[in-house]
Design a protein around this ligand. Structure first.
Ligand code: GLA
Length: 403
């Protein structure tokens, strides 16, 4: 959708002219899944697909928001540092999450009319919800003439999103706010650091969406929070066993002192099977992120692909966040020559990402189209196929533009 279309839609809805536009991209995580909340590095890139917000300041504290997607009916509320949430699972809580942070952290006090259009498939593991929170946060700050460094804002946005009840990590906000065009980014935490790493011109990341929706503030929330609690419990037990004091029992500390396989051996003595599996995923995934960064810098497509495959297996077997649709897409992509394929995002549905050399892209896209999206032989692919199956373009982070 062009910016002109955003302006027209805004005018039609609010009967006024917007005066600025925000763009906050979705992301695909290339590797490093379910480790950000363990304080460990992750390796995503921002997508060209973004949440766009056309907006205009108001002279009161009212925030009125409308979306181009009829599944998300208009919402309004008063800006303030404490805002009563909408009912659980309501999309408006993402808006309120941003509003509370803008008001309580930075004193934003100017209301706004906001018209939202998302090109990021919703609840598909490509971070549409964090992109929405980032976009609204930027919008409300800009309207109150408050400028904040993107790195700082990423931390604030990650805290802000806890308002919806999911104890997410900080990856999505950091990449959406701090990405560089043409680059992936190694994201480290405590303190947050974002290191852009160029993606070689020949690398292609194909994304395919199962269509199984994973709502971070809805159906996936309990599972996600349970996984995080298990990850935290596991490091407590292993750390205590290794003689670390309270407050020292972190994955970063353990991995600074031991290799992943040593830690797994220790964990085998201490943890029950379920916690052991979660722990093994986290420490081996951390090692894969380190190797994947090196592979990207060395332009070693095949090594990167193998690490993606191993990450997927670990997420499926140890972290138990895959599912039949994700498995189907991963195996179709690999069967058609992808060098690696894995679920991306929180899992349980959503998307896969597959790494290809340029001459494999067409056959991978075709295998996914025929094998997954066309339901019967000779049948038609769904009309929204271009949104559900595409080659990702590493894009820049969020921005605000005056009209
Ligand atoms: C969601 C969360 C992220 C991260 C991923 C899993 O996208 O928002 O913080 O934990 O799941 O890697």
């Amino acid at each position: 959708m062009s910016s002109e279309t955003h302006l027209v839609a805004f005018r039609e809805h609010f009967g006024l002219e917007p005066d600025r536009l925000v763009r906050a991209p979705g992301r695909v995580n290339l590797i490093g899944e379910h480790v950000d909340y363990a304080g460990l590095p992750v390796f995503p890139m921002a997508l060209e697909q973004a949440v766009h917000v056309a907006m205009r300041p108001r002279d009161d504290r009212l925030v009125r928001a409308a979306s181009s997607d009829p599944n998300y009916p208009p919402r309004e509320f008063l800006l303030g540092s404490e805002i009563e949430p909408f009912p659980d699972g309501d999309w408006g809580n993402y808006l309120k999450a941003a509003a509370v942070a803008a008001a309580s952290r930075y004193g934003a006090d100017c209301g706004a009319d906001l018209w939202i259009h998302s090109e990021v498939p919703v609840a598909a593991g490509l971070s549409s919800s964090s992109a929405l929170v980032d976009a609204i946060l930027l919008a409300l700050l800009d309207i109150s003439n408050i400028e904040v460094d993107p790195l700082e804002l990423a931390t604030v946005a990650a805290d802000a999103e806890q308002y919806v009840g999911t104890r997410g990590g900080g990856m999505d906000q950091a990449i959406s706010l701090c990405a560089r065009e043409g680059h992936a980014a190694l994201i480290e935490f405590d303190p947050l650091r974002v290191t852009p790493v160029p993606i070689p011109g020949e690398w292609r990341f194909v994304i395919a969406d199962t269509g199984v929706q994973v709502h971070k503030s809805g159906n996936a929330r309990e599972t996600y929070n349970r996984r995080r609690a298990a990850v935290e419990e596991a490091v407590e037990q292993v750390g205590a066993h290794l003689g670390l004091g309270e407050g020292e029992r972190t994955y970063v500390r353990l991995l600074a002192e031991h290799e992943a396989d040593e830690l797994v051996s220790v964990a085998e003595e201490v943890l029950d099977d379920r916690l052991l599996a979660r722990f093994r995923h986290v420490v081996t995934e951390a090692e894969r992120v380190r190797l994947a960064e090196a592979a990207l810098r060395e332009d070693d497509l095949e090594a990167f692909g193998r690490l993606m495959d191993a990450s997927h297996e670990s997420l499926r077997d140890d972290f138990e966040v895959s599912g039949p649709e994700l498995e189907r897409l991963v195996s179709l992509a690999r069967g058609a020559g992808a060098l690696g394929a894995r679920l991306t995002g929180a899992g349980l549905g959503g998307c896969i990402v597959a790494l290809c050399a340029p001459d494999q892209v067409d056959s991978v896209l075709e295998a996914l189209r025929i094998g997954y999206f066309v339901k019967q032989p000779g049948g038609e692919a769904p009309a929204d196929l271009h949104r559900r199956l595409f080659v990702a373009i590493p894009s820049a982070g969020a921005s605000v533009r005056r009209i």
